[in-house]
Design a protein around this ligand. Structure first.
Ligand code: NDP
Ligand code: OXD
Length: 309
C-alpha cells in the first residue's frame, strides 16, 4: 500500500513530513516518481497531470488538496468507481472566514474611501451605519459560507445565505434555488461569493444578476474567477451601481499585468490566497480518512461528480 502525492503546480511543501510524523510506516511517493503503479492506493492531488490518475489499477480514493474540484472533474479519465474527496479542513475554513470578515468590514466601513481621503489629505468623518443595519448575502451557504456567516452574525450583520437546499443556521435567513435568487440578491448590500464553480454557477455574476443587487452594493469573490463576467462587473463598477469589489480569484491566474482590475480604484485584488491548504492542519484529517476507508467506514466530503461539487 502506497500513497501518491501528485501535483503539477504545488510544490510538495511539508505534507510528507506532517504525515510521516504521525505515521512513520507510510510509503509516500511523489509524482512522477511513482514506483510500481500497482502499489498506489491513495492519491493526494492538486492539479495532477491529466490522465495520470487512470494509471493506478488499485487506486481506492483521491483526496483533492483543495475545496474546489472543478479542474479535477475536467479529467474524464479518472475511473468512475474511485471516490473523490474534497478538502474540508479547520484551517482552510478559519482563514477563509478571516478573509471574508476582513473584507466585509472594509466595505461596510468604507475603508477604501477613508484611504483615498488620507492620500488626498481630506478630513471627512462620514457616518457609517451599525452592522445590524447592513445586509450581507453569502452566495454558497456551504462549509465556508456557513462559517463566515456565523462569525458575521456574531459581529451583528444582517445575514442571508443562498444555496441549493434550504438551511437552518441561527441568525441567517436561508434562500435556496434559482427562484429565490433575485430576492436574495435584492437584499445583499455586501455580496460574498463562496460557490463551487460548476456548469450551473459559471458566470452567475453577470450584468443581469449584478443589476439585481441594491445600488451601491459591494461584491467579494473568493470562490472562482469563472463566477464573474468581468466585463459586466467592470461596467457595473463604472456606472456606480457596484461601489466596490474585492476579488481573490480570476479567469486567468496569475491575473495578467494588463488586466483592468489591477488599477481600478474601486477594486481590491488579492492573489488567490483568501485561504490556503495548511499541511500541518490537513495531515491528521487525511490519515483519519484513510483509516476510515480501511475500516470500511463511509468517507466524508465525497464529491458528487454529476453535481460538480
Ligand atoms: P461546499 O460544497 O461546502 O458549499 C457550496 C455551497 O454552494 C453549498 O451551500 C451549495 O448548496 C451551494 N451551491 C452549489 N451549487 C449551487 C447551485 N446551483 N445553486 C445554489 N447553491 C449552490 O463548498 P465550500 O464551502 O467548501 O467551498 C466553496 C468554494 O470556495 C470551493 O468550491 C472553492 O471554489 C472556493 N474556495 C476558494 C478558496 C480561495 O482561497 N479563494 C479556498 C477554498 C475554497 P447545497 O448546500 O444546498 O448543496
Ligand atoms: C481551494 C482553493 O479550492 O484553495 O481550496 O482555491
Amino acid at each position: 500500500m502506497a500513497v501518491l502525492y501528485s501535483s503539477r503546480s504545488l510544490p510538495e511543501g511539508d505534507l510528507k513530513g506532517e504525515l510521516l510524523k504521525r505515521d512513520p510506516t507510510l510509503d509516500y511517493r511523489i509524482w512522477p516518481d511513482t514506483g510500481a503503479v500497482e502499489d498506489i492506493e491513495f492519491a493526494f492531488v492538486w492539479n495532477p497531470e491529466p490522465g495520470d490518475l487512470a494509471r493506478y489499477p488499485n487506486l481506492k480514493v483521491i483526496f483533492n488538496l483543495g475545496a474546489g474540484v472543478e479542474k479535477l472533474l475536467l479529467d474524464k479519465s479518472i475511473p468512475a468507481h474511485v471516490p473523490i474527496v474534497r478538502l474540508v479542513d479547520r484551517a482552510l475554513t478559519a482563514c477563509m472566514t478571516e478573509y471574508v470578515v476582513m473584507h466585509v468590514l472594509r466595505h461596510h466601513r468604507r475603508q477604501v474611501d477613508i484611504e483615498a481621503n488620507q492620500r488626498a489629505r481630506k478630513w471627512d468623518p462620514f457616518e457609517m451605519p451599525p452592522a445590524w443595519e447592513r445586509k450581507v448575502g453569502v452566495l454558497g451557504h456551504g462549509v465556508l459560507g456557513g462559517d463566515a456567516a456565523e462569525k458575521l452574525v456574531h459581529i451583528g450583520f444582517d445575514l442571508a445565505g443562498w444555496s441549493r437546499h434550504a438551511k437552518t443556521q441561527a441568525g441567517v435567513v436561508s434562500y435556496h434555488g434559482w427562484d429565490q435568487l433575485p430576492a436574495f440578491l435584492a437584499r445583499s448590500e455586501i455580496l460574498v461569493c463562496l460557490l463551487p464553480l460548476t456548469a450551473d454557477t459559471a458566470g452567475i455574476l453577470d450584468a443581469k444578476r449584478l443589476a439585481m443587487l441594491p445600488r451601491g452594493a459591494s461584491v467579494i469573490n473568493a470562490a472562482r474567477g469563472g463566477h464573474v463576467v468581468d466585463k459586466d462587473l467592470l461596467a457595473a463598477l463604472d456606472s456606480g451601481h457596484i461601489a466596490q469589489a474585492t476579488l481573490d480569484v480570476f479567469h486567468q491566474e496569475p491575473l495578467p499585468a494588463d488586466h483592468p482590475y489591477w488599477a481600478h480604484p474601486r477594486v481590491t485584488v488579492t492573489p488567490h490566497n483568501a485561504s490556503l491548504t495548511y499541511d500541518a492542519s490537513v495531515a491528521p484529517g487525511l490519515l483519519a480518512a484513510m483509516a476510515d476507508l480501511k475500516a470500511g467506514r463511509p468517507l466524508a466530503n465525497v464529491v458528487d461528480r454529476g453535481r460538480g461539487y
